[in-house]
Design a protein around this ligand. Sequence first.
Ligand code: MTE
Ligand code: MO
Length: 353
Amino acid sequence: GARSELVKPLPDALFIRHGAHNAETRLESLSPGQLVTPNDRFYVRNHGPTPRLSAAGWRLEIHGDAVARPVSLTYDELVTLPSRTITRYLECAGNGRAFFAELLGFAADGDPWRDGAYGVATWTGVPLARLLGLAGLRDGAAWVMPVGLDGDGYARPLPLAKAMMEDTILAYRMNGGPLPMDHGFPARVVVPGWIGAASVKWVGALEVSTREPMVPANTEDYVLLGADYPRPPPVLTTQVIRSAVCMPWPGLLPAGRRTIYGLAWSPFGAIARVEVSLDGGHNFTRVARLIGDDLPVAGTWWQLELEAPPGELSITPRAVDEHGHTQPPLSQQRLNDKGYLFAAPVPHPIRFV
Ligand code: MTE
Ligand code: MO
């Protein structure tokens, strides 16, 4: 029979599926206070089926017109280079797309992800800067394009300055084990703070060039298209600061004294505060308590105690980070045809019975 397009099981209790090879985490299935998302619950966003690669047959080719001497590394060679371990989030640029339609009546193209195309992991890998150093950069080197070994060779160029940052790594471990197949085994790029599309999985090559390579992921997808934007369209880079209530949609709870849990995250740093509105996002009168780790470019759990009478109530969190960035009001949410970067606070409906 046909085998599944993904390797890991996707039980309905843990995931909302979007087609055959995409699934978002049900945030309510996570443990409040435990920031790192277990691998078996981490969202998967693939442009096709997961390729099943072996470490033994794998090579990393570092080449291109801006490389001094092309390099080919085996898996064993990669994992013996000095490594760096970081805890950072990944989030799909389309996370929250469902809310363009639900809250603004704007039909955006693409899967209607809610809040669960977000996950935090502890990644171990080799900084791209070190790998590029092995090959040597020529004058004029300006772009590094990690190329995936999946179907069409998904690839997306990174400006050299971002590739050279110490936290931009070629990761081969996730949460203490080898990178799972669906998350890019044997090795993937992790570009903290940037849209998930930059963190290329199943990397087989790093192509270093003087000119920006033009590929679907920086011309048609992961760009801002629409009436508000110029042509050629701006290419997406950094994510937006966001927050979520971790409950089914809508939530259902017994009336009375309850604790509501949620997550908040920022691509710029740690979360400083989570404010909460109980009137649909007009007045943010409450401040949530942050619980567990609050890590820069990863996120934090928060909780809010409330006394709820029977009836409908919406809970709207709004994150503020250590640099003062916050979520724009819904009235300032910019629209784009593909529904990227939904940033406004989301009123999460709960029925208390
Ligand atoms: N890399 C390859 N090779 N192929 C892909 O389809 N999808 C990208 C990125 N890297 C993708 C890829 C997108 S759009 C996202 S959001 C992240 O991987 C998702 O990473 P995850 O599946 O590990 O959560
Ligand atoms: Mo994505």
